[in-house]
Ligand binder design. Structure first.
Ligand code: NOJ
Length: 559
């Protein structure tokens, strides 16, 4: 299966490259011709698959995750012809493209929803419309007590029909009704359309919550209330099997599901090849080892905890989707690495920023599964450097700010938590070079560029053998030649507050990985020191390992 040893590169189109060549030239949004102009960089990195975040027509209430036409391209990004050219140009370079499949909800501007506002319409049942309730004082109340993923309401009242519709995300993202077979048939049509155009598969947005078994009240919860009625339901498994049987299995393609709040038992069902549902899935546990309330409130990091989490998933599933970043997460070098402490006031990063980014890439590239790299990760891009909520665009951060204000949480704490969790941390424009607007656009960027672009950019790393980018390239080529790294068995060896050691083994090949997640030099406990004797294949510091790990170092040893 070609997708098993693939390296996937995720593009968040609006922040990747503004070509200046669409209907809206230099509008400060990345676009499809911009992606085409950077395909050689992606190939040069060693990636052979692109996951393209949504480029479909959308009013952009959630940056394209609110689709108003699955068969059309957002004019900000270009045209269908540009998209076809992208498929063709990528193919020439041996790169496949997977599309983002956002089917839990559409935009409220989708024709289906617009029509469904009429209770008599054949589209009414495409969505989840319900009458409200009344409280003791006779006031109108939503149909249940669910709370949403963006820290807000989940039901929106519609005057015209005196009913509410369900939206687990923003009110401009009404949920589709997957109890309606017609909706499933529409999804099959969408899949076929894109597969016939040349797509090599799909990243399936919040796919484990599409089927709502019941609309009963949810158990009280600090995060999303109501989850037990729609998370990983039997109905969802059945739909995935149907899509696989009727469409996906007829093409040479793969799917990776984004599965929210997923536990290992659910995950086994979704990704077990014999059940024919998803080929692999994204889970969240590893990025939440130092977070509370999903990912919103920071807590102390322990390498041992991270090792335990990773072990659970490495050993629990046959195949993993490996990621440390995407457009919803903070930058990994700011999260688990040294970027936050190793940067001057004007954004100049130090050597530990660089070494920790390399150590983290060594971590990701020495796990079993298919590796996903998010744009900018390969050059160690960091979290945004904004100083107020007004600079933040993310609909989720804004919802959270509103809720925290209602709960009388002081402004300084609100900002601290938003800074640590906002999805805009990963959405600042790609830093291509040290020139005007980091080479991203000639216009005004839709989201402010991190001022550290003068120091952290692609061009400055491209020809430097010591750069993070060069390190990624080396690791990717090692991963392609040493099968043990992508396919070998995973065994944890040691973890404490700052370091972790694990083993990879395939037939008679054994590799040991040791990682230091701290600014201290750490001596390896005597009991394990012998294990690190062998041939050092690569290290984040470029130094030879001698009984202790340098700050933020990571080493790969062949036994
Ligand atoms: C997950 C996507 O990755 C995120 O960006 C989006 O806001 C939600 N799903 C809703 O589609």
């Amino acid at each position: 299966m070609w997708w098993k040893d693939s390296i996937v590169y995720q593009i968040y189109p609006r922040s990747f490259q503004d070509s200046g060549e669409t209907e809206f030239p230099n509008d400060g949004f990345g676009d499809i011709p911009g992606i085409i102009s950077r395909l050689d960089e992606i190939k040069d990195l060693g990636a052979n698959v692109i996951w393209l975040s949504p480029v479909y027509k959308s009013p952009d209430a959630d940056n394209g995750y609110d689709i108003s036409d699955y068969y059309a391209i957002n004019p900000k990004f270009g045209t269908m012809r540009d998209m076809e050219k992208l498929f063709a140009e990528a193919k020439k370079r041996g790169i496949k493209i997977i599309m983002d499949l956002v089917i839990n909800h559409t935009s409220d501007e989708h024709e289906w929803f617009v029509k469904s506002r009429d209770p008599q319409s054949e589209y009414r049942d495409y969505y989840i419309w319900r009458p409200g309730k009344t409280d003791k004082r006779g006031r109108r109340k939503p149909p249940n007590n669910w709370t949403g993923f963006f820290a807000g309401e989940t039901w929106e009242y519609d005057e015209q029909s005196d009913e509410y519709y369900l939206h687990l995300f923003d009110k401009k993202q009404p949920d589709l009704n997957f109890q309606n077979q017609k909706v499933i048939e529409e999804v099959k049509k969408i899949l076929r359309f894109w597969l016939d155009k040349g797509a090599a598969g799909f990243r399936c947005d919040v796919i484990n919550i599409i089927y709502k078994t019941s609309l009963a009240n949810g158990k009280r919860s600090l995060t999303v209330q109501g989850l037990e009625h729609y998370k990983s339901q039997e109905g969802c498994h059945a739909i995935l099997q149907e899509l696989r049987r009727d469409v996906l299995d007829k093409y040479d393609c793969f799917t990776v599901g984004e599965t929210v709040f997923v536990d290992i038992e659910d995950a086994k069902l979704f990704s077990d090849e014999s059940r024919k549902e998803l080929n692999m899935l994204f889970f969240f546990d590893h990025l939440e080892v130092d977070r509370r309330v999903a990912r919103f409130i920071p807590k102390k990091f322990r390498a041992k905890k991270l090792l335990q989490m990773i072990t659970k998933w490495q050993q629990g599933l046959d195949w993993n989707a490996l990621y440390l970043e995407n457009h919803d997460q903070t930058r990994i070098v700011s999260h688990f690495g040294a970027a936050e402490t190793d940067q001057t006031a004007d954004g100049k990063p130090g050597i530990l920023w660089q070494r920790s980014a390399k150590m983290l890439s060594l971590f990701q590239m020495t796990l079993r599964g298919t590796a996903f790299i998010y744009q900018g990760q390969e050059i160690g891009m960091t979290n945004f450097d904004y100083s107020s909520i007004d600079e933040v665009n993310d609909v989720e951060s804004r919802g959270l700010n509103k809720l925290m204000t209602k709960l009388h949480i002081p402004a300084s704490l609100r900002w601290k938590w938003i800074k640590a969790s906002s999805r805009d941390n990963a959405r600042t424009p790609m830093q291509w070079d040290g020139g005007f607007n980091a080479g991203f656009t000639k216009g005004k960027p839709w989201l402010a560029i991190n001022k550290n672009y003068k120091y952290i950019n692609h061009v400055s790393q491209k020809n430097s053998p010591d750069s993070i980018l060069s390190f990624y390239k080396k690791l990717i080529s090692l991963r392609k030649t040493i099968k043990c790294l992508s396919c070998g068995d995973f065994t944890p060896i040691y973890g404490d507050q700052w370091i972790m050691i694990y083993q990879r083994k395939l037939d008679d090949e054994t590799y040991i990985v040791a990682l230091n997640f701290s600014s201290n030099s750490v001596i390896i406990p005597a009991k394990y020191a012998g294990l690190l004797k062998g041939t050092q294949v690569i290290s984040a510091s470029s130094e030879k390992y001698e009984d202790y790990l340098m700050p933020w170092d990571g080493i790969l040893i062949r036994k």
